[in-house]
Write a protein of this length. Structure first.
Lengths: 346, 346
DNA sequence: TTGAAAGCGCTAACAC
DNA sequence: GTGTTAGCGCTTTCAA
């Protein structure tokens, strides 16, 4: 394997005794090259350790790069998504680069712009805080797949799980276990987006609806926190020490749920005192020491599907696609106040 | 914020009534522009929503991009590293892009090459499986900082923690608690690298030395596994069900340790039966439900330091730098067979 | 202080 | 099937 920062297509052409265009065709698998020439060119490429420069290619043709934007890589859900995408892309000539929005929230657009500036051939993004109008504009110039958005689109594709149904599953599960006083802890809408189509807004809506349908409408409580384990931890302590301790807590996603479990542990409580359910079915929840009941939304598959949709767009599709994944509730110890010790291995 | 895929420097120049060169100077904060012109140019940039294209800039000058290669983003240690790097870089004109080596091991060079192909201005990489000679070659053309390597270098910088000392701390800690039969589970050298300077090789060495120094040389056992929680889980089950169950297990890093804890839980055992210690002091270990004793090696700081070294190289330094971080043992429940319930909040 | 012009390495028309 | 050539958008001498 060569580093080869200085070998150019010109050098290869000279070494193989052909034109630059011929070399270009070979490295792109384009039509109009005889096997003999392809052979000679490939030999020259190997010998010189030639690597085409992405910057130069980007100026005329493609960058062969897919950009993936995620809020953070610290949440394992997004890692699974990335993993699903890279797996689906291996074997193609496309490479993935990742731009994490980073610690500051509302940085999604900035991270996406980083990818646009690099002229990636397509973008997969998870950014609930971006206005659809901005995405429509972006989608017109770059193939774009948004994960976790429920909005109708024209110039980009969307992939979501049915958040409404997912949180309904949670509430019904807890209700069946005998819980009535169920609190929903979720991220502050201002931190995610005030769009009614944002995933967490829909989960909240699903919670409220399901509670109402089960005749518990008057017991609903929604607590908003910053999107961190720590913030959720504090909020949960308040809840546990407050005048009306709930019997169950439904956290907006698994990272928040871990904060809830931390608070419970600190107060010496467990599932028989307060049941906990998360969302995303993140790796850590399946660990027997944690045993977190959660809603699976097939992160890996979503990543793979995102790539498929992008490749479709890259090869001509123009009408928007919208895929909805069905959520599945995975019951574990954290919501089993009389059940067996779960040792599900994920 | 604009998407602006089609506004070029030419458009800005025309709108501001100046030359392209002038605009170029303004966006690079270069010398030789009058305040009046800077003002006019900046107004035009805002109005048109101009974004310089990285590809075009890369062809002549800099890409203003720092590439970070990590084995995976699923291990939280690397996330902390990335976080430390991006934090240190915010406020500068540099952007970070991430290339994960991905599921296949030994893919480090491939992922690094992805960054080289994109002509990033500097590279931070965590790749124990790469030969120093290859890195020397790379370091000659791109500023390069390697994290987690102990080798002496000429053309690149290295940052490590003192792995030898770190595992010595672990062994001494366990010895003090009364443990004698301590097994070390670590990743298969073939999966990481057969270089004697690789971190895990050194941790193993530290383990062996410390055991010998404490007179337990005859009790040492090293178990090699694939670098996954699952593989470690299976190996641990074998160990627990085997003829000579150890009283303590020192795992090569926290992800492996989680596999050990999973196996213990499956067998209904806990810290009073088998003590467990990990390495990296990963987020999850600090959770009270897990309480994993581990060795902290300041991932965030390492990321920040990597950026600092890179920026130094970018502004002229040529002699190699080598920074060593001191490891710290963080005792928690998993190695406290008679201690209190730890609720350390990280 | 400002602008004109050359060219970075590659791809895509188009001519042969 | 193969080569020639004109740029892509930017930075960077070098003149003015």
């Amino acid at each position: 394997m060569q580093v080869a920062a200085s070998v150019t297509i010109e050098d290869v052409a000279r070494a193989a005794g052909v034109s630059r265009a011929a070399v270009s065709k070979v490295i792109r698998n384009a039509y109009g090259v005889s096997p003999a020439m392809r052979e000679r060119v490939q030999t020259a490429i190997e010998m010189l350790g030639y690597r085409p420069r992405v910057a130069a290619r980007s100026m005329r043709g493609a960058s062969y790069t897919i950009g993936v934007e995620v809020p953070t890589t610290a949440n394992h859900f997004f890692d699974s998504l990335i993993h699903g995408a890279t797996t689906r892309l291996s074997g193609t000539q496309y490479q993935v680069i990742i731009a994490p929005a980073g610690p500051d929230h509302d940085n999604g657009p900035r991270a996406i712009q980083v990818l646009v500036d690099r002229q990636v051939d397509g973008i997969i993004a998870v950014s609930p805080a971006v206005q659809p109008s901005w995405l429509e504009k972006l989608g017109r110039v770059t193939p774009l797949v948004m994960v976790g958005r429920h909005d109708e689109s024209i110039n980009y594709d969307t992939i979501v799980n049915d958040d409404l149904q997912g949180s309904r599953l949670v509430v019904e599960h807890l209700h069946q276990l005998g819980h009535r006083d169920i609190v929903h802890i979720t991220i502050d809408p201002r931190a995610e987006s005030n769009l009614p189509q944002a995933p967490h807004a829909l989960r909240t809506q699903g919670y409220l609806q399901a509670m109402a349908d089960l005749g518990q409408g008057s017991l609903t409580r929604v607590v908003h926190v910053a999107p961190t384990e720590l913030a959720t931890y504090s909020a949960t302590l308040d809840l546990l020490d407050g005048p009306r301790r709930p019997t169950a807590i439904f956290a907006g996603h698994d990272e928040l749920a871990m904060g809830v479990l931390r608070a419970l542990a600190d107060r010496g409580l467990d599932a028989s005192d307060v049941a906990v359910v998360g969302y995303d079915d993140t790796q850590i929840g399946s660990h027997p020491l944690v045993g977190l009941t959660s809603v699976n939304q097939s992160a890996e598959e979503m990543g793979g599907t995102a790539v498929r949709l992008l490749l479709e767009r890259l090869t001509g599709r123009t009408e928007p696609a919208h895929e909805v994944f069905p959520p599945t509730l995975i019951p574990r110890r954290s919501s089993a106040n009389c059940g067996p010790y779960s040792t599900d291995h994920h």
